[in-house]
Ligand binder design. Structure first.
Ligand SMILES: [Zn+2]
Length: 275
């Protein structure tokens, strides 16, 4: 998903929100023509609503009680913000943050997260209210992970592991996840959306392959090129990762197997342990 750096960082309140919702009618033909598959988490009701120009958007300032701040214009700002997403996407965000709390519980509670946007008045998943850009997570014990500060490329191994742990949790709930290795547009946030569901790891996905390559390198010193091409070296490294984590079954076809493997990666990452 290519993103526009100007419009992506906008967020929507008040009259702009109304205008944005009205503008959604312009994407209805695209959604209607997309022939959504049973694997797509957009519900039939959502598709019908989109066709009618009235997507079921909700406004939120917190995800399951955790505040979501906006730092793109004022770093460190803790003013409550009105964000928008579809009901279904918000529900997925709730599942995601509950996973994150559980897998990172040794860090304390999650004090807040920081986003660059959810619904944004543009084409694609952000325009449909089914995407998140994650900038930063802060835990009560003082730890942070900061895609905004390019922690995927940090000189500190623990921060790289924590970034990958956080991305792994995103991947438990969203298959289409773009990270700092994916391209320059995503070096300062993790993008997650409803595309390509259900969750699994695909060898022909550049984004999935780069995540696997980054994980093998940072947890096992695999020394792979992070090029997004799933070749023999990546296969070998991935099989080693699976074996070391005690994963059986096929994460390329089974959502449950891949979600379980992601939880194990996240646990190791938050504990700053090699695999
Ligand atoms: Zn995005």
């Amino acid at each position: 998903m290519f993103e526009n750096n100007v419009t992506r960082r906008g967020f929507v309140t008040g009259a702009a929100a109304v205008a944005g919702l009205a503008g959604l009618s312009t994407i209805a033909p695209g959604l209607a023509g997309a022939a959504p598959t049973p694997a797509d988490q957009h519900t039939p009701a959502e598709i019908e609503a989109a066709e009618a120009g009235a997507l079921a958007m909700m406004t939120f300032q917190k995800i399951d009680g955790t505040p979501v701040y906006y730092w793109r214009s004022n770093r460190g700002n803790t003013t409550a913000r009105n964000w928008q997403a579809t009901d279904a996407f918000y529900n997925a965000l709730v599942a995601w943050i509950r996973d994150l709390r559980s897998l990172s519980s040794s860090y304390g509670s999650i004090s807040y997260i920081v986003s660059a946007g959810f619904y944004v008045n543009k084409a694609g998943q952000h325009g449909a209210g089914t995407a998140m850009d994650l900038d930063h997570v802060r835990w009560s014990g003082g730890n942070v992970t900061s895609p905004l500060d390019q922690h995927h490329a940090s000189g500190t191994a623990a921060l790289r592991k924590r970034y990958l742990a956080t991305e792994a949790v995103c991947r438990r709930r969203f298959r289409y996840v773009l990270d700092g290795w994916y391209n320059a547009d995503h070096r300062d946030h993790i993008h997650a959306d409803f595309g390509g569901m259900p969750v699994r790891v695909l060898k022909d996905s550049e984004a999935d392959t780069k995540f696997v390559q980054g994980t093998c390198n940072n947890f096992r010193g695999s020394g792979l090129a992070i090029d997004g091409i799933w070749g023999p070296a990546t296969t070998s490294a991935f099989n080693g990762l699976k074996s070391a984590l005690g994963v059986t079954g096929d994460p390329h076809t089974s959502t449950a197997v891949w979600q379980g493997m992601l939880s194990k990666i996240a646990t190791k990452g938050f504990a700053n342990q090699n695999i």
